[in-house]
Every structure is written in structure tokens, then in C-alpha cells.
Design a binder for this molecule. Structure first.
Ligand SMILES: NC(=O)c1ccc[n+]([C@@H]2O[C@H](COP(=O)([O-])OP(=O)(O)OC[C@H]3O[C@@H](n4cnc5c(N)ncnc54)[C@H](OP(=O)(O)O)[C@@H]3O)[C@@H](O)[C@H]2O)c1
Length: 172
């Protein structure tokens, strides 16, 4: 049976660790959104309730959307709601197996990334080349535990506020 890898991300973070502001992304990076779509397409994605709320179009099409919430009355259409991260990962893995997907992606926010980073085999990390104000930050990643397997720098293209680098890290 092929291995299904749990991934932290795609995560996009500014140089100062910021990943969000006022319930949304504090930048416009069209090229990175295309990258997010390409990486996650066809795979189950796990997210926190606030990240679900932040999506302009819900659910993310072509992907099983699994949303973590402790609110028993939260039952939006188009997603599977879970109260527990381990259970969410188990459901996502079953779905990935059914769909022939090789990864399950944890797509935020901060506490979900922290839970995922403890267990993930791979990180998709977009490093934005700017310090940006925000109210949600990613805890620092211990790079000593990870090996960079690819890194591609992008200039700020049409629809991008900043230049950025897309990195892929694998657990040592
Ligand atoms: N830059 C990026 O890569 C990126 C990615 C994703 C999101 N974001 C940004 O980050 C912000 C949202 O992130 P956030 O960290 O504030 O919130 P979040 O992680 O998206 O959602 C938090 C909510 O998820 C639920 N939750 C979290 N941990 C749980 C657990 N262990 N068990 C059960 N439920 C759990 C709770 O929902 P209830 O309150 O319903 O119980 C909690 O209030 C937004 O600004 C968004 O745009 C950025």
C-alpha cells in the first residue's frame, strides 16, 4: 500500500512569522495561491474553523475539506467537521486512500500548524520576503529537524505584493 504523508502546509509566512491578520491573509500573492491549489488538489485538507471562515469560496473544490471545531452546533455544508485533530487525520488518511492521494495537507491556522508540525513528514513553506504586520504567527520551525529538498525563488509577479521562496522540507 503506498505511504500517505501528512504535510504541514502549504504554509505562507512572512519573515517575522506572521501568517494572518484580521481573519484573513495580510498580502496578495496570486502566484502562491496557484501553488497552494496545485499542491493540495485531489488531497484531503484539514483546517481550523477560522481558516474555513476565511475562505472566500467554500469548500475548496476538488479536495475533501475537514474542519476542526469544538462547537457542536457548527455544521456547515461542504465539509466534514471534527472535534479532535487525531480523528481528523485518521478520516483524512482513509479518504486519501480511497481517492488514491499520497498526501494529507494541514492548511492552518496557527494551532493546526503546530499540531501538524509535530507529526508531519513534509512541510510546504512559502517564505515571503517582507516583514508584515499581523495578529497570527507561526511558531518558529526547528530547521535542524528538517532537510530542505527544494527551494524556488519567485520575483513579485503580476498580482503578487512581495517576492517569495517556495521551500519543501522533509523530516530528518
Ligand atoms: N499564511 C497561511 O499559510 C495561513 C494558512 C491558514 C490560515 N491563515 C490565517 O490564519 C488566521 C486563522 O488562523 P487561526 O490560527 O486564528 O485559527 P484556525 O486555526 O484556523 O482556527 C481556530 C479554531 O479551530 C478550532 N480548533 C483549533 N484547534 C482545535 C483542536 N485541537 N480541536 C478542535 N478544534 C480546534 C477552534 O474552532 P472553534 O472556535 O469553532 O471551536 C478554534 O477556534 C486567518 O487570518 C487566516 O487567514 C494563514
Amino acid at each position: 500500500m503506498p505511504t500517505i504523508t501528512l504535510t504541514a502546509g502549504p504554509i505562507a509566512r512572512a519573515r517575522n512569522g506572521v501568517i494572518g491578520r484580521d481573519g484573513t491573509l495580510p498580502w496578495r500573492l496570486k502566484t502562491d495561491l496557484a501553488n497552494f491549489r496545485a499542491v493540495t488538489m485531489g488531497k484531503p485538507v484539514i483546517m481550523g474553523r477560522k481558516t474555513w471562515d476565511s475562505l472566500p469560496k467554500k469548500p475548496l473544490v476538488g479536495r475533501t475539506n475537514i474542519v476542526l471545531s469544538r462547537d457542536g452546533s457548527f455544521e456547515p455544508a461542504g465539509c466534514v467537521v471534527c472535534e479532535d485533530f487525531t480523528e481528523a487525520v485518521a478520516i483524512a488518511r482513509e479518504q486519501a486512500e480511497e481517492d488514491g492521494a499520497r498526501e494529507v495537507c494541514v492548511i492552518g491556522g496557527a494551532s493546526l500548524f503546530a499540531l501538524a508540525l509535530a507529526k508531519a513528514g513534509r512541510i510546504y513553506l512559502t517564505e515571503i520576503d517582507a516583514e508584515i504586520d499581523g495578529d497570527v504567527t507561526l511558531a518558529p520551525i526547528d530547521e535542524g529537524r528538517w532537510t530542505e529538498v527544494s527551494a524556488k525563488a519567485y520575483p513579485a509577479g503580476d498580482g503578487d505584493d512581495y517576492p517569495f521562496t517556495v521551500r519543501v522540507l522533509e523530516r530528518r
